[in-house]
Write a protein that binds this ligand. Structure first.
Ligand code: CP
Length: 324
């Protein structure tokens, strides 16, 4: 695996390989092995043009636990604010010896541009690009669902027969897109629930069922309910219901959460708008996997960096090279 740019082109075999290596990484953490020497001498650059708490820190922790050197770059306070281009920024980091670049960017497709432009030779990991994809978030979500469902027997298993309902602002959500592709590749049945104005126009081409009512979807007792953050910063007020209306119709409030079967998982990628798409009762309940997702994210990102940089991928295919 040369780059990790999306889950749309990630094969079932490669996805399972990442999840299984992440299990190995999680085992080392459980055994309190603080550091593995695997990536000693490698340099990972976190290149973040958009804000992040979980993803940036998680990649930093993952790289350090594999003994890599880490350079954190934030566009704020850098020469990007003087107009420096993505090409010049990336080539500057490459000249400092980057072996892998983890990039978050507001423009959909920026990581693919970096991977295919020839500007740099480092492996590229997409840490979220515009409304396009957030592949490591989907991988950690799949890891979390698999772990909750199968426990110690998770290795090698896909998600066949698991029913996942993804709720909320699908239109702006790179998390939703990456999850749709990955979860269905792994055999899960995915239902989207969203206000009609927050459903992407091309959804009829996605391998999902679409519902507009949350109560109807929850009455089917899915195995996992994934609440999406309402992306107010990307919202056009003309097509967003009022926050009060949104919360009443599409929010996972205490009543809805308590009516779910005890083993239904509640996921949220964070950051959460408590009281809007998810209530505090639901977010902090035993059903909630929010903090497990954060912890699992480090293991999944360790696996991704390991497979990229230690040359231990299932093959050398480059999804970026394959897609026209
Ligand atoms: N889930 C997620 O991407 O969170 P951050 O924006 O904090 O990285």
């Amino acid at each position: 695996m040369r780059h990790l740019l999306d889950t749309r082109t990630l094969s079932r075999e490669d996805a399972l390989r990442i999840l299984d290596v992440a299990e190995d990484m999680a085992d080392t953490q459980r055994r309190e092995v603080k550091k593995l020497p695997t990536l000693r001498g490698k340099t990972v650059v976190n290149l973040f043009f958009e804000d992040s708490t979980r993803t940036r820190i998680s990649f930093e922790a993952a790289a350090k636990r594999l003994s890599a050197d880490v350079i954190n770059f934030s566009a704020k306070g850098s020469s990007v604010s003087k107009g420096e281009s993505l090409q010049d920024t990336a080539q500057t980091l490459q000249a400092m010896g980057a072996d892998a670049v983890v990039i978050r960017h507001g423009a959909s497709g920026a990581p693919r541009t970096l991977a295919t432009s020839g500007w740099i030779s480092a492996g590229v990991v997409n840490a979220g690009d515009g409304t396009h994809e957030h592949p490591t978030q989907a991988l950690l979500d799949a890891f979390t669902i698999r772990k909750r469902r199968f426990g110690a027997d998770s290795r090698g298993r896909d998600l066949a027969g698991i029913r996942v309902t993804i709720v909320g602002d699908v239109l702006h959500s790179r998390v939703a897109r990456s999850n749709v592709w990955l979860l269905t590749t792994l055999g899960a049945h995915v239902t989207l629930v969203s206000p009609p104005t927050l459903v992407p126009q091309d959804v009829s081409r996605w391998p999902v069922e679409v519902l507009y009512g949350l109560d109807e979807a929850l009455a089917r007792e899915p195995d996992a309910v994934m609440m999406l953050r309402i992306q107010l910063e990307r919202m056009n007020a003309a097509y967003f219901p009022t926050e009060r209306e949104y919360s009443r119709i599409w929010g996972l409030d205490a009543r809805r959460a308590s009516a779910l079967p005890a083993d239904t998982m509640v996921l949220h990628p964070g950051p959460m708008n408590r009281g809007l798409e998810i209530s505090a009762e639901a977010a902090d309940s035993a059903r909630s996997t929010v903090l497990e997702q954060v912890a699992n994210g480090v293991s999944v990102r360790m696996a991704a960096l390991y497979l990229l940089l230690a040359g231990a991928g299932p093959d050398d295919r480059n999804a970026a090279d394959e897609e026209s």
